[in-house]
Ligand binder design. Structure first.
Ligand code: GLU
Length: 465
């Protein structure tokens, strides 16, 4: 099915399971179970608009698999949200939580809306309305939302407050990515970008990189893209290009990332909670037809999002939306290393092209797992009622990211496979252990040592008592 069809993205996503299963110890029943979401809730959210009219928005929440723990994953507000997309995102969350070994299953939510068109009050009513419709579906031990594309800490705070009103109980652990005064964790704001940065630091060590010689392009200047760009910039990497939904900017000598972040933040006063400034406005070109007054070290040449993906750089970081690298442009992608900070930026057809030409793709389910890992830390702190320092958060995140990155990198090299397949194999191993512990045909088989396990990993010995 082509990926443009609403469910196509989900079909494409689960299509990767069979290949990974060849390298994992997973029973065919467990594998089959993972091809289907556990539960889906589709709701209509009526919202009173500022002009007195009523608009009804469509919302979804998918609980994909809860074998390893409560389902976990963000809520996206975007005009292109579809059920197929939310299912794919929930599936990726299931694998992501398993990849980093945190005790969660996967879930995701979405609302079909262009939130930039809403006022702050309308956005608040929509956020609270989402929780009103979902109040019995989500909860601290069942399904725990978080921010995703175009949702943020403020929205999480409103949602927690609404949930507390409905249940007459303050329940910070029902959602993560909250504002700090409402029980958020220090270090959650930049956690997705930071997790990717820790992966890059491992590559830097393995490949002996000198940051000043490494040219990086970051597609997307949202929460994840901004932070990974800033952390790399602070380490002396040359971030030569970045972009947002309105276009991109390129500068061979490297961009002034702190300045772009600052100017984007200043643009936040307008509208609801989103910046009215594009990254191009912030780091504008010095071309003849440009009215920009900032022709200094921050300036660069305006490029399109598509052109950014094809730049001659050392590291490409897609940090925007899914389906960016496809069979149509994969052969023109020059970067030898891709760090997937967005969810699902590469289609499976593009993957084949990239693998064939030897591109190292650090897959989304590993590279962007820093966000949900610190969400896990937030949940733990909420349940314990005891809060950590930002240094503790960073240290624990670094340990997890480095440990899982190296395990997957090593498995990739051992098996001669791509890093995505290696990451999925690791996820499948962990998920299947949990599924089988609950009881599958393998568990009940008379001769349990003679199961239909492929047991792909060398030295993998699973014993059944
Ligand atoms: N939306 C983020 C992701 O896709 C974070 C999810 C979470 O923290 O639960 O990984």
């Amino acid at each position: 099915m082509p990926v443009s069809e609403s469910d196509g993205i989900f079909t494409d996503a689960i299509g990767r399971l069979d290949r990974a299963a060849e390298f994992a110890a997973i029973d065919s029943e467990a594998l089959e179970k993972l091809k289907h979401p556990k539960a889906i809730l589709e709701v209509s959210i009526p919202v009173r608009m500022d002009d007195g009219s009523l608009r009804v928005f469509r919302g979804y929440r998918v609980r994909y698999d809860c074998t390893r723990g409560p389902t976990k994953g963000g809520i996206r507000f975007h005009p292109q949200v579809s059920l197929g997309e939310v299912k794919a995102l929930a599936f990726w969350m299931t694998c992501k939580c398993a990849v980093v070994g945190i005790p969660f299953g996967g879930g995701k939510g979405g609302v079909v809306v262009d939130p930039k068109q809403l006022s702050r009050m309308e956005l608040e009513r929509l956020s609270r309305g989402f929780v009103d419709e979902m109040a019995d579906f989500i909860g601290p031990n069942t399904d725990i939302p978080a921010p995703d594309v175009y949702t943020n800490a403020m929205i999480m705070g409103w949602m927690m407050d609404e949930y507390g009103k409905i249940h007459r109980q303050r329940t910070p652990a029902m959602i993560t990515g909250k504002p700090i005064p409402l029980g958020g964790s220090l270090g959650r704001d930049d956690a997705t970008g930071r997790g990717a940065y820790y992966c890059i630091k491992e590559l830097e060590r393995i490949r002996n990189w000198k940051p000043a010689n490494v040219r990086v392009a970051v597609q997307g200047f949202g929460n994840a893209g901004q932070h990974v760009a800033r952390l790399l910039y602070d380490d002396g990497y040359r971030v030569v290009a970045t972009s947002d939904s309105r276009g991109g900017v390129y500068r061979e000598e490297g961009l002034d990332i702190p300045r772009a972040i600052q100017l984007k933040k200043e643009g936040q006063a307008v509208g609801a909670v989103y910046s009215s400034r594009s990254v191009c406005d912030c780091l504008k070109c010095g071309s003849a037809d440009c009215n920009c007054s900032r022709h200094d070290s921050a300036t660069g040449e305006v490029i399109s999002n598509e052109a950014l993906l094809e730049l001659d750089v050392d590291v490409l970081i897609p940090a925007a939306l899914e389906n960016q690298i496809t069979q149509d442009n994969a052969d023109r992608v020059k970067a030898p290393v891709i760090i997937e900070v967005a969810n699902g930026p590469t289609t499976s057809q593009a993957d084949e092209i990239l693998t064939a030409k030897g591109t190292l793709v650090v897959p989304d389910i590993l590279a962007n797992a820093g966000g949900v890992t610190v969400s896990y830390f937030e949940w733990v702190q909420n349940l314990a009622g005891y809060y950590w320092t930002v240094e503790e958060v960073h240290e624990r995140l670094q340990k997890i990211m480095a440990r899982e990155f190296n395990a997957i990198y090593e498995f990739m090299n051992d098996k001669g496979i791509d890093m995505r397949t290696a990451a999925y194999a690791q996820a499948l191993d962990r998920i299947s252990e949990a599924i089988e512990a609950q009881g599958t045909s393998v568990y009940f088989a008379a001769d349990r040592t003679n199961s239909n396990h492929s047991a792909g990993k060398p030295g993998h010995t699973r014993s059944y008592p």
